[in-house]
Design a protein around this ligand. Structure first.
Ligand code: ASP
Length: 317
């Protein structure tokens, strides 16, 4: 079977490497980790790994998850600080612990124990973007209000539209990579610095198996980007795979999962995007926003293609 990789558009920096892993006979899990690692290392991408935008307190917190479609094994880390390789750590959780999900101090501790290289994730550019919203109304000046009340208020105000912050063009996002290897095994990975200016410790859909990530060789795989609080409530990635299980084609499964989101009454609703692959290697993407793309590459291609996603506005529900 020909190896195949599909990802969110920011996965283009890692997709060729992911395909090379499959060409060398590597597994779908190997390809997902190799592809996402390059996105996590990309200083131009302020939504994932190194140079990711920080939480409200200026701390970069990374979330990642990985799922193996052959045996439904999964691993995830959340609110990881001081280590760039979130997807590799999620894989180690899956393979070396009797757990699926490790967060916060535990995730930091595990990275240290396993000898992951510590990294200062906050770059000057990411810090400048972070400050640009806080300084605008003097919000960082001390002593104005009780600090915790101020933090909650700030989270609501400065992060209300995670997809289109005024500070810079689209500094928010997540990377999705789905791979199918020569054995037909599927793997799905998601990595993110989450919602910029988030409340410290906030987890989105990305590290939650079923919400932002799901893979099952028997039906297919799906992964999300966008407002995680919506995908969390509709278990969107799992829904796409389940709809295929119950007979829908890929496109219908995507449209139905997107339509489900319209039942949520969410004052912060912004954007949701999904990439998906069925068990036969058919692939598609969907978005609530116009003009969105995803990337795809097969082993026999020299470079990736960037097809359009289906447009499914929230109002379609
Ligand atoms: N889904 C991510 C989260 O909610 C963010 C994004 O993809 O924009 O953390």
């Amino acid at each position: 079977m020909t190896g195949l990789v599909v990802g969110s558009s920011n996965a283009k920096v890692g997709i060729v490497e992911a395909i090379e892993v499959l060409r060398q006979g590597g597994s779908a899990l190997d390809a997902v980790v190799a592809g996402i690692a390059l996105v996590e290392a990309n200083p131009e991408d302020h939504s994932v790994g190194y140079a990711g935008l920080p939480n409200l307190l200026g701390e970069v917190e990374l979330d990642a998850s990985i799922m193996s479609g052959s045996n439904l094994a999964a691993g995830a880390v959340g609110a990881l600080q001081g280590y760039q390789d979130a997807i590799a750590l999620a894989r180690r959780v899956m393979e070396e612990l009797p757990h699926v999900f490790v967060v916060g101090a535990g995730a930091n501790r595990l990275a240290a124990e396993l000898g992951f290289p510590p990294t200062d994730l906050l770059t000057p550019e990411a810090e400048r973007i972070w400050r640009s919203r806080l300084d605008a109304d003097g919000a960082t000046s001390p002593g104005q209000r009780a600090f915790t009340a101020r933090v909650r208020d700030l989270v609501r105000r400065v992060s209300s539209d995670p997809e289109l912050p005024k500070a810079a063009p689209e500094p928010h996002g997540t990377v999705n990579v789905i791979a199918r290897d020569r054995h037909g095994d599927l793997a799905c990975g998601v990595s993110t610095s989450g919602w910029a200016w988030k409340y410290p410790g906030r987890l989105g859909d990305s590290p939650i198996i079923g919400a932002g990530n799901y893979a099952d060789n028997r039906w297919g795989a799906a992964a999300c980007t966008g407002r995680g609080e919506m995908a969390q409530r509709c278990c969107t990635a799992h829904s796409v795979v389940t709809f295929m299980r119950f007979g829908m084609g890929l496109e219908e499964a995507l449209r139905t999962a997107m339509a489900d989101l319209t039942a949520i009454d969410d004052p912060y609703a912004s954007e949701i995007n999904i990439v998906a692959m069925d068990k036969d290697g058919n692939h598609a993407g969907a978005s609530t926003s116009k003009g969105k793309t995803y990337v795809v590459m097969r082993e026999d291609m020299e470079t990736y293609e960037e097809p359009r996603r289906l447009l499914v506005p929230f109002s379609n529900g």
